[in-house]
Design a protein around this ligand. Structure first.
Ligand SMILES: [Zn+2]
Length: 401
């Protein structure tokens, strides 16, 4: 039976329309112990890390992570490996080691919370495979004995972020930088559908948090900048009008979904937005997709929360995909998105080149803190603008309704 390892904080509150909402809780933060990650080696070329503080920003961004994510064992030479998390954490430490020192551990998602999104049979299957020492959920998706717990913690991390940011808005005391959180988790989640774990994903962490927020009457925008389409997240909210799902991804690519014409159904028509970019597309095209398609759609939707599926496999160095982003592009994406809602939670999804993941995580952590960090130049000149223009025409139809 699942147990609650930290006190629950009510999610329910509205009316905090200002980015100055506060989570003045640094003093109360528990110390996270991911020592190996906070002492990184192999600094990526071009990174100019370390203390950027000195009064330039309020280092109060909430970081949620846990060393138990490293126990999710996918087997020998699997690309979704613990070093990915270490790399993403190293990127945060490159901004400021204090961010990790002040990080918090997540609670576990409860079974009834997972069941807001996933079938009982799917949850039982993951649990049973863990109890039997691990195995494969599909050809790509492996798990070990600790993976069920890690997946519950990954979903719980987003819930913890939401709860702690919401609680911070109650405790008041305006201060910039308290309305953003960064969840550094494994396994990733955005491919997990209501009934199926797939694509390295066990449970859909972002979708669970969005579903819980929506059940509380909150409006949630999820923007997915992973190179792969988040088919699982799309499936969960396909016919709903209380959660907007928007994705910029390579197409065609695994899992094969995310075409321009996939726009939701019924009440949810227009609340799914896909911008399927061709291989080789670069940051300028993705920025145009945000500026011309996704930002206007999110503004019309007027969310209370922005949840970002932050997968770094769109980086040009990634071995699994063919997009051409740079690490700095990811910072640009997050800066645009966090301006669209009072509170933002970024959640690690994919990213399989360690140096690219570290540098991208560095840029994203900086963006969440209000810093404009450029570990490498922005990318440009790739293909795909015609897709952005087509998506903008479709989106304009929604705007005219
Ligand atoms: Zn991916």
């Amino acid at each position: 039976m699942p147990h609650n390892d930290t006190p629950r904080v009510p999610v329910g509150l509205r009316g905090c329309g200002s980015r100055s909402c506060s989570l003045r809780s640094r003093a109360a933060r528990a110390t996270a112990s991911l020592g190996s990650a906070s002492e990184p080696d192999n600094t990526p070329p071009g990174l100019a890390p370390k203390r950027v503080g000195g009064g330039q920003y309020d280092p109060a961004m909430l970081v949620i992570t846990d060393e138990r994510f490293l126990d999710h064992d996918t087997g020998y030479r699997h690309p979704e490996r613990p070093d990915r998390l270490r790399a993403a954490l190293a990127g945060v430490a490159d901004v400021d080691t204090e961010l990790l020192a002040g990080g918090r551990s997540p609670r576990r998602a409860e079974r009834d919370e997972l069941e807001l999104v996933h079938s009982a049979a799917m949850i039982d299957r993951v649990s049973a495979i863990a109890e039997h020492g691990g195995g494969h959920l599909d050809a790509d998706t492996a798990m070990g004995p600790a993976s069920f717990d890690a997946a519950r913690l990954a979903a719980g991390a987003v819930l913890s972020a939401v709860e702690q940011l919401a609680a911070g808005t109650e405790s008041s005391g305006p201060a910039r930088g308290d309305s953003e959180a960064y969840c550094l988790v494994r396994p990733p989640g955005h491919h997990a559908t209501p009934s199926t774990s797939m694509g390295f994903c066990l449970f859909n962490s972002v979708a669970v948090a969005a579903a819980l927020l929506a059940a509380d009457g909150q409006r949630v925008a999820i923007v997915d900048v992973d190179a792969h389409h988040g088919n699982g997240t799309q499936d969960v909210f396909w016919d709903r009008d209380d959660v907007l799902y928007a994705s910029i991804h390579q197409y065609p690519l695994y899992p094969g979904t995310g075409a321009l014409g996939e726009r939701g159904a019924g009440a949810g028509e227009g609340c799914t937005v896909n911008v399927p970019l061709p291989p080789g597309a670069t940051g300028n095209t993705a920025r145009a997709a945000l500026d011309e398609v996704i930002v206007p759609a999110v503004e019309r939707f007027a969310p209370d929360w922005m949840l970002i599926s932050a997968g770094y496999d769109g980086h040009r160095a990634d071995p699994l995909t063919g997009l051409g982003y740079s690490a700095s592009d990811y910072g640009d994406f997050v800066r645009r998105l966090m301006a669209l809602a009072p509170r933002t939670v970024a959640v690690l999804e994919g990213g399989y080149d360690l140096d690219a993941t570290r540098a991208s995580s560095y840029a994203v952590a900086g963006a969440l803190l209000g810093l404009d960090l450029h570990p490498e130049p922005a990318s440009g000149a790739g293909p795909g603008m015609e897709v952005v223009e087509a998506a903008a025409r479709l989106s304009a139809l929604d705007g005219n309704r």
